[in-house]
Every structure is written in structure tokens, then in C-alpha cells.
Design a protein around this ligand. Structure first.
Ligand SMILES: Cc1cc2nc3c(=O)[nH]c(=O)nc-3n(C[C@H](O)[C@H](O)[C@H](O)COP(=O)(O)OP(=O)(O)OC[C@H]3O[C@@H](n4cnc5c(N)ncnc54)[C@H](O)[C@@H]3O)c2cc1C
Length: 306
């Protein structure tokens, strides 16, 4: 069984940053991701709020971080499923894809989150058949079509604007009477000639046969409904932390977030958590990167004193 100083679970910006710091400090690091390295960055059309980088696609920023982590010696396993795990003892242990086994003195959990769904049966039916949670991945499929965006935060507003590159029209449907985004994101969506805005409405049902053709929405003021022609629907209504693997083992709050202290220690010795998966208010690439740094420095302190 190969042994590392640290195993990092999750190769989003938090996990990759932690890997960069630890590997530069000559610690041996294994980063495991069940998907493609890069995490939610890969789903992001453009990132314009990462300091020092004027504008970059999420994919490119993810790729740069991955290359940097590898260049310092991190071993990265992507598209790899953790099939067994025991992180409670002094020596931590994981098994990947039912065969490769690894141990480590410390673990960083950086498993991030995933898009929240509306929870409608018709949403499940049309997922991948008109309904998407990623403008960058799927926007191109909706050339010259009428689509809706559900949500009213920064992601919904920014991704609605990015979708105007492809779609004939984009209608933002939001449950409240105002948006919860940054001033400039709200202005950009409000001013865009291809964007229509319907406030105080929620999706009642997605309609269609084989694929989505229209969406019935309901007024939150008087319950009246209307049907919008839409062959695409993009849902941006927040996220759920990915902590299923750790329920019953770690201290997790009722929102599903891992409870951490200021140094990102958790209730298990030698285990740390970083990024969108932990208790915090603001979830951005910069805050994930900051967490990755803090977790790595805390791990180094732990490894040096244990
Ligand atoms: C559509 C969209 C647009 C956004 N736009 C911006 C923006 O413009 N600017 C900005 O700063 N932020 C933006 N964000 C937010 C930003 O992407 C996240 O805050 C950030 O990626 C969180 O980083 P993370 O490393 O904590 O988690 P994630 O990026 O979620 O990465 C977690 C990784 O862990 C892996 N993982 C999960 N569970 C397991 C497991 N059990 N085993 C192995 N691997 C696992 C996942 O596959 C994933 O790769 C956006 C997010 C979305 C969804």
C-alpha cells in the first residue's frame, strides 16, 4: 500500500490549492476526484473576479491549477471513486475503484458542492433533455432557441447573460420581487436586449414529450399560471455540500456543511476540510483557494508536531 503525507479528497480550487502548498513544501500528496479535476470551475463560463487574472474561462483556470499542482509533484487521480475509507484512526486509509489502496498521515476534505434542483418530478424527466445546470457545458445546444433561467443570484444572472450568446431569448424566472446578485450583474441582465425578467414566479411544471417544449410557471402573488415556450431551462438556485460520504462520521450541520474551526480542523484528528463543503457564508473560487491555503498550512503544522 502506497503511503502519502496527505490525501486530498476533491480536486476543485480548494483541493488543488492545498495540494500546491503541500507539495511545494515537499510533502507527498495524493489528490482524488470522482470527476474531472477542477470542480465547479469547469462549469463556469468565465471567471472575471479572480485577482490578477483579468478574465479567464473556468476550464482554463482549472487546468492551470491542475498543471501547477502536478508540476510540484502532486499525484492526481481523477474520475476515481473512493470505494473504502477509514479516516478516524491516526493512520488514514482509502481504497480507489475497488483496487488501489493508499494510506496517509492526514486528510483534507475538499468535496465542494453540487447544484440544487427544484425537486419537481418533471425536472427529473427532462434532465439532459432540455434541462441543464451548466451554461458552459450545454449553452451551445440551444442555438437560436427560447430558453429560461431559474434563479436570481449571481450565478443565475451571469449565466443568463452568457446564454444570450446562443439563445434567441432568455427569460429569467425568479421567486422573489428582487434579485440577490451584485449590482453590476443585476444591471447587465436588466439592460440586455435578449433577456426578459419574470419576478415573483416559480416553475410549476416542465412540459413536453421526449424533450422540453414549454414551462408552466405560477405567480407567487395570486397563484395564476402561464405557459412559456422554452426548449431549454437552466437552473441556478444554489448548491448542496457533498458530504454524503462523511455523514455519521464527521460533525456536519443541518445544512450538510462540515463544521470547522478557524484553522479548518474538524472533529477528527489529522483531518481538515476546505472550500464550499465547510460552514461558511460566501462561496467563491477565491474563498476556496484561501481555504485550501489555510488547510494546507494547518496540515503542515499537524505533520510537524504529531
Ligand atoms: C455555474 C457556476 C458559476 C460560478 N461562477 C463563479 C465565478 O464567476 N467566480 C467565483 O469565484 N466562483 C464562481 N462559482 C463558485 C465556485 O466555482 C466555487 O465556489 C468553487 O469551485 C468551490 O471550490 P471547491 O474546491 O470548494 O469545490 P468544487 O469546485 O465543488 O470541487 C469539489 C471537487 O470535489 C469532487 N468530489 C466531490 N465528492 C467527492 C468524493 N466523494 N470523492 C472524490 N471527489 C469528490 C468533485 O468532483 C469536485 O471536483 C461558480 C459556481 C457555479 C456552479
Amino acid at each position: 500500500m502506497k503511503k502519502f503525507d496527505t490525501i486530498i479528497i476533491g480536486a476543485g480550487p480548494a483541493g488543488l490549492t492545498a495540494g500546491i502548498y503541500l507539495a511545494r513544501a515537499k510533502k507527498s500528496v495524493l489528490i482524488v476526484d470522482q470527476g474531472a479535476a477542477g470542480g465547479q470551475m469547469v462549469l463556469t463560463h468565465k471567471i472575471a473576479n479572480y485577482p490578477g487574472v483579468l478574465e479567464i474561462s473556468g476550464y482554463e483556470l482549472a487546468n492551470n491549477m491542475k498543471k501547477q499542482a502536478k508540476s510540484f509533484g502532486c499525484k492526481i487521480y481523477s474520475s476515481s471513486k473512493i470505494t473504502k475509507m477509514d479516516i478516524l484512526g491516526k493512520e488514514k486509509f482509502i481504497q480507489i475503484d475497488g483496487e488501489d489502496e493508499f494510506s496517509a498521515d492526514s486528510v483534507i476534505i475538499a468535496t465542494g458542492g453540487e447544484p440544487r434542483s427544484l425537486g419537481l418530478d418533471s425536472e427529473k424527466k427532462f434532465k439532459g433533455k432540455g434541462i441543464s445546470y451548466c451554461a458552459t457545458c450545454d449553452g451551445d445546444f440551444f442555438q437560436d432557441q427560447d430558453i429560461i433561467v431559474v434563479g436570481g443570484g449571481n450565478s443565475a444572472l451571469e449565466e443568463a447573460v452568457s446564454l444570450t450568446k446562443y439563445a434567441k431569448s432568455v427569460t429569467i424566472v425568479h421567486q422573489f420581487d428582487h434579485f440577490q446578485g451584485y449590482e453590476h450583474a443585476i444591471r447587465e441582465a436588466n439592460d440586455h436586449p435578449k433577456i426578459n425578467i419574470i419576478l415573483e414566479h416559480e416553475v410549476d411544471e416542465f412540459l413536453g414529450d421526449e424533450s422540453l417544449t414549454s414551462v408552466r410557471i405560477r405567480s407567487n402573488k395570486n397563484g395564476s399560471t402561464q405557459v412559456l415556450n422554452a426548449t431549454g431551462a437552466f437552473i441556478f438556485i444554489g448548491y448542496i455540500p457533498r458530504t454524503d460520504h462523511f455523514k455519521g462520521i464527521l460533525d456536519i450541520n443541518d445544512r450538510g456543511e462540515i463544521i470547522v474551526d478557524a484553522d479548518l480542523r474538524i472533529n477528527v484528528i489529522g483531518v481538515f476540510a476546505a472550500g464550499d463543503v465547510v460552514t461558511k457564508k460566501y462561496r467563491q473560487v477565491t474563498t476556496a483557494v484561501s481555504d485550501g491555503t489555510v488547510a494546507a498550512l494547518s496540515v503542515m503544522e499537524y505533520l510537524n508536531t504529531k
